[in-house]
Each structure stands twice: as C-alpha cells, then as structure tokens.
Ligand binder design. Structure first.
Ligand SMILES: [Zn+2]
Length: 54
C-alpha cells in the first residue's frame, strides 16, 4: 500500500496506485508518493516532510 498526496488540496490516502481523480477536490491533479519508508516516522503513515512540490 502506498500513501498518496494530492498536490492541489493536500489530501492523503492509501492505495496501490493513484486514482485519476482526487476523491477530495475532484480535480485532475497529480499525486505525490509520500509513503514513509524510513524508521524516523514510526507511527506516521506518511512522511510529513514530503509535501507537494509546486
Ligand atoms: Zn485533491
């Protein structure tokens, strides 16, 4: 399972693949994989340092 971050509204959700349309803002936006792969964020499902790059 991968955590995805909407680069428009910042909505995060988990899915195997990013959806075509954001379930939150319903926009055609791109998604950032912000899954936390490091032990630093134990307990956090995603990395708080990864925000949508604009
Ligand atoms: Zn969105």
């Amino acid at each position: 399972m991968v955590s995805w971050l909407c680069d428009k509204c910042g909505y995060t959700f988990k899915a195997d693949a990013p959806p075509e349309v954001c379930p939150s803002c319903k926009s055609d936006c791109s998604f950032v994989d912000n899954t936390c792969y490091t032990p630093d964020c134990a307990g956090e499902p995603f990395d708080p340092q990864i925000k949508g790059e604009k």
